[in-house]
Design a protein around this ligand. Structure first.
Ligand code: ZN
Length: 310
């Protein structure tokens, strides 16, 4: 049996998994992300944890195919990261550095793209080879895979669909500094923001008034038949549906996966997007399916492992 390590590097923890070549996760564990001194300990800590696991399991290094790692930031196909402010990192080659620390083959990708690869391998996108994965969390993350390959682009900024411009009239700024980005409407934060606006603009009775407004309470209210909540969900769905229709014109995916915190509300998050997608999409992409991501927080380690195999 051959083995692979999958590493999902986040701002607070590093999730790690030991996989066999069939994609079965044999063990999962986490170590803290120590960001002191521009994150200089991060890769040595990961290398030590891998070496520790190899020793603990008495694995033969000849049986280890390699290490895959997903990291936050633009990363090109050679493994060079073009800065990761979250980690204190500048520009350097992650694959080469981790490879020299471990003596193993290393492949590196952007965390959102890698999560999409994981979902395609063992999650909601299993059986497909061209997918768009949208992660609806604090922001809107994106991962695009075309014919089995991650679309990372020139400097690794491909798939940043949260910053597609949607609204010329927006007055508030997005986290990126521009105004009118998709994630200002369709992320968990964006849904909450639009929810507060809608509530302030109407006297209509709603269960949302007087309670904490967030993506969960809004979608709970939608499921309970609340009309104002449905109006808020409609704003989320319209922006995301139109953005995905535009993306489909470029990449023609087989399936679009919705994941991240908002998607925990279930199939209702698709119900509000699909009609707008179908209304706007070019006829050549009409058959695009929608599904929910299924791997949750493990998508990153699965995708990282798959990176080594692809
Ligand atoms: Zn933006």
């Amino acid at each position: 049996m051959k083995y692979i390590f999958g590493v999902d590097l986040g701002g607070t923890t590093v999730k790690m998994g030991l996989f066999n070549e069939n994609g079965e996760v044999l063990e999962k564990w986490e170590i803290p992300t120590i960001k002191a001194n521009n994150g200089e300990k991060i890769l040595p800590d990961i290398a030590n944890s891998i070496k520790g696991k190899i020793a603990e399991k008495s694995l033969n290094t000849n049986d280890i195919i390699g290490v895959g790692i997903g990291a936050p930031g633009p990363i090109d196909s050679n493994g060079t990261i073009y800065g990761a402010p979250n980690l204190g990192w500048g520009v350097f080659n992650v694959s080469e550095t981790l490879s020299s620390l471990t003596g193993l083959k290393v492949k590196t990708g952007n965390d959102a793209n890698v999560a999409a690869l994981g979902e395609m391998w063992m999650g909601g996108g299993k059986g497909y080879s061209s997918i768009v994965m949208v992660t609806l969390g604090t922001g809107v993350g994106g991962g695009i895979i075309v014919n089995g390959r991650i679309l990372s682009g020139y400097l690794g900024a491909g798939g940043e669909i949260g910053h597609i411009h949607m609204n010329d009239d927006e007055e508030e700024s997005c986290g990126c500094g521009k105004k009118g980005c998709l994630e200002q409407y369709s992320s968990a934060t964006g849904i909450t923001r639009m929810g507060k606006k809608v509530l302030a603009s109407t006297d209509e009775a709603t269960v949302l008034r007087g309670q904490d407004i967030n993506a969960k309470t809004i979608f709970d209210a939608v499921k309970a038949g609340d009309k104002v909540a449905a109006q808020i969900a409609d704003i989320y769905g319209r922006y995301l549906g139109v953005a995905l229709a535009n993306i489909a014109c470029v990449v023609n995916p087989e399936v679009i996966l919705l994941g991240g915190g908002v998607s925990k509300a279930g199939p209702v998050v698709i119900d509000y997007v699909k009609p707008y997608f179908e209304k706007r999409v070019f006829h050549g992409s009409k058959g695009t399916r929608f599904a929910l991501a299924t791997l949750g927080n493990d998508a990153g380690i699965y995708g990282a492992a798959k990176l080594v195999l692809s």
